[in-house]
Design a protein around this ligand. Structure first.
Ligand SMILES: *Cc1c(COP(=O)(O)O)cnc(C)c1O
Length: 356
């Protein structure tokens, strides 16, 4: 039986992926030299298509790494001399701060109660913090930070750099890159691709800061420091032998998404999220974990099912529909349901029917 993956990542693959994988093999993509002209052409194309889809300004650079966790580490390593500030709205934000500590940085934070927001106007960030790190959409709690609030934080702290993790909200989330210094994600969630590829989008100011940190004699890492990645990206290359196959597949899915149109993708995401949230809100026993609507994630829904998580997941699995368990200690109390572009309205309706 063919399954439908509503798990939050890896998740359902993009519907055209199998066709693209076959084409990649026909074109012998896995044997391509990453120093050759064809790879450079691919690098050029994939970054141009990503710029088009997400509205990334041309002066911003795009790097390929192995994962989103690597994005967290490289951002801190390249941009923080001494101190970073972290807004922790779930386990991924917590993991990011831990990485900073492991790299020997001083950190301060704001930790929200799980599933609850915070008042940006009361946010106090130490003067000494150089970088502000936020998880725009925390997949563990299903809480999102609205982008206007993130821009407000940047406006209040113009001398600091700001970095966002959008792993589970791309390509749905709309970003004004001019107000953000670093944006990163991996491709196994919203893009419906195999895992093992991360993307980092970096502002000119962030690169300047990288030079400054390096100039002070601190280590900014080696082959995957922002400066090294930038040097190679300018030649349409990567420092190491990259995941060429996945970069090729990413380009293919980007082309499909451009054909569909980002507006339509966002609209459909909203429609599917509304169906799901309406269903759970009306349900006698189940409830969205995040109570305040503006901070509820449209892309990764977390539902409190009152200890019935396992029973529900077993029931839907029998019908070939897989949903995620709660994160960590919420394993038994929560369901996590992905609502990515790869999930069709029909599949969402099927899931709801099954849950009734
Ligand atoms: C999945 C996820 C990550 C980790 O992604 P990897 O590709 O496994 O490194 C980081 N942040 C968020 C918000 C995620 O959902």
């Amino acid at each position: 039986m063919k399954k439908i993956f509503f798990t939050v990542g890896p998740s359902e693959i993009y519907p055209t992926l199998s066709k693209h994988i076959q084409k990649a093999l026909q074109e012998q993509i896995p044997s391509l030299s990453h120093r050759g002209a064809e790879f450079k052409e691919l690098f050029k194309e994939v970054t141009e298509n990503l710029r088009k889809l997400m509205g990334i300004p041309k002066e911003y650079e795009i790097f390929f790494v192995a994962s989103a966790l690597e994005g967290m580490e490289r951002t801190v390593q390249s941009l923080v001399e001494k101190e970073s500030f972290h807004i922790v709205t779930g386990s991924f934000g917590k993991a990011w701060e831990k990485i900073a500590v492991q790299l020997g940085k001083k950190t301060t934070n704001l930790v929200t109660k799980d599933g609850e927001g915070f008042d940006v106007s009361k946010l106090k960030i130490p003067k000494s913090a150089e970088l502000i790190c936020l998880t725009q959409n925390d997949t563990s709690t299903g809480m999102q930070i609205p982008m206007p609030e993130i821009y407000y934080i940047k406006d209040q702290n113009p001398e600091k750099l700001i970095a966002i993790d959008v792993v589970s909200s791309v390509p749905y989330v709309e970003i004004d890159f001019k107000k953000i210094d670093v944006t990163f994600f991996s491709v196994q969630k919203g893009f419906g691709l195999p895992a093992g590829l991360g993307v980092i989008i970096v502002s000119p100011e962030a690169l300047k800061k990288g030079e400054k940190v390096k100039g002070k004699g601190g280590s900014i890492g080696s082959f995957h420091s922002f400066l090294n990645l930038s040097e190679k990206a300018r030649e349409f290359q990567t420092p190491e032998t990259p995941n060429v196959l996945n970069i090729y597949l990413f380009n293919s899915v980007l082309k499909d998404m451009l054909k569909t149109g980002i507006g339509k993708i966002r609209k459909e995401t909203d429609q599917k999220a509304k169906l799901l949230y309406d269903f759970f809100t009306k349900h006698q026993e189940y409830n969205p974990f995040v109570k305040y609507q503006p901070i509820r994630s449209q892309a990764t829904l977390v539902i409190d099912v009152n200890g019935k998580s396992k029973a529900i997941r077993e029931k839907t699995a029998k019908a070939g529909i897989l949903i995620g368990a709660g994160y960590g200690s919420y394993k038994e109390n929560h369901l996590r349901i992905a609502n990515f572009p790869a999930h069709s309205l029909k599949q969402v309706k099927e899931l709801i029917k099954l849950l009734k």
